[in-house]
Design a protein. Structure first.
Ligand SMILES: Nc1nc2c(ncn2[C@@H]2O[C@H](COP(=O)(O)OP(=O)(O)O)[C@@H](O)[C@H]2O)c(=O)[nH]1
Ligand SMILES: [Mg+2]
Length: 201
């Protein structure tokens, strides 16, 4: 849950990067960690709990502190989940207290079924936490656009962004840092709007 302190003007939000295995979730956090512009000391350590084969086993965690709008000191806690199907309990744990979600999809044609399955899994896991995706700010990121065999964006929109209310979506090549900050800036703006504007109203 977002923690908002009007007196000290501090806001703390938890953003979870969700998506199938190998779609580029950890890469997003690595790029944010490497390129984020923030006052010295306000960038936390990227903590990765990875297996020997360099895959996320539990989650990655990156805390960032920034002066956002209206003089609010905002602490963003970025998490990834392990995408592999067997780690569902871990995904549920990481989702606990989530404020915003970045759903990272793999744009390669052969990954569409995995993307859709992971998105359905996200909704299911939110339900077990008594949460509804419609109530949580989220954005979509269509990653790996640099690869040759990618599905058209329109098709991915049809598969993943085909609801009453469409959400912002971004194309990216996370390993080159393309689209990474566009995605993060949008989910951040949506969260600030939700918690700061409405909280102050
Ligand atoms: N070609 C390409 N490779 C990427 C991109 N993003 C991530 N990767 C690679 O995909 C692999 C899996 O990325 P990772 O971030 O570990 O995926 P995760 O399982 O979702 O955390 C790594 O080898 C990354 O370097 C991208 O946009 N394009
Ligand atoms: Mg990972």
């Amino acid at each position: 849950m977002a923690i908002i302190n009007q007196a000290t003007k501090e806001l703390q939000v938890k953003i979870v990067y969700y998506g199938p295995a190998m779609c580029g979730k950890t890469t997003n956090l690595v790029q944010v960690h490497d390129h984020v512009q923030t006052a010295q000391g306000n960038k936390g350590k990227l903590v990765s709990l990875a297996t020997s084969s360099d895959r996320t086993l539990f989650f990655d965690f990156l805390p960032i502190e920034a002066m956002a709008i209206k003089g609010f000191k905002t602490k963003f806690q970025l998490y990834t989940v392990p995408g592999q199907v067997i780690y569902n309990t871990t995904r549920q744990l990481v989702l606990r207290g989530v404020d915003g979600i970045v759903f990272v999809a793999d744009s390669q044609y052969g990954k569409m079924a995995e993307n859709v399955e992971s998105f359905a899994n996200l909704e299911e896991n939110l339900k077990t936490l008594k949460l509804n995706l419609a109530d949580i700010p989220y954005v979509l990121q269509y990653n790996k656009r640099d690869l040759p065999e990618v599905a058209p964006v329109e098709y991915m929109e049809f598969l993943l962004n085909n609801r009453d209310v469409q959400v912002p979506s971004f194309t990216s090549s996370a390993h080159k840092c393309e689209g990474v900050f566009e995605t993060l800036n949008m989910i951040t703006r949506m969260l600030l709007h939700k918690y700061v504007n409405q909280g102050a109203a």
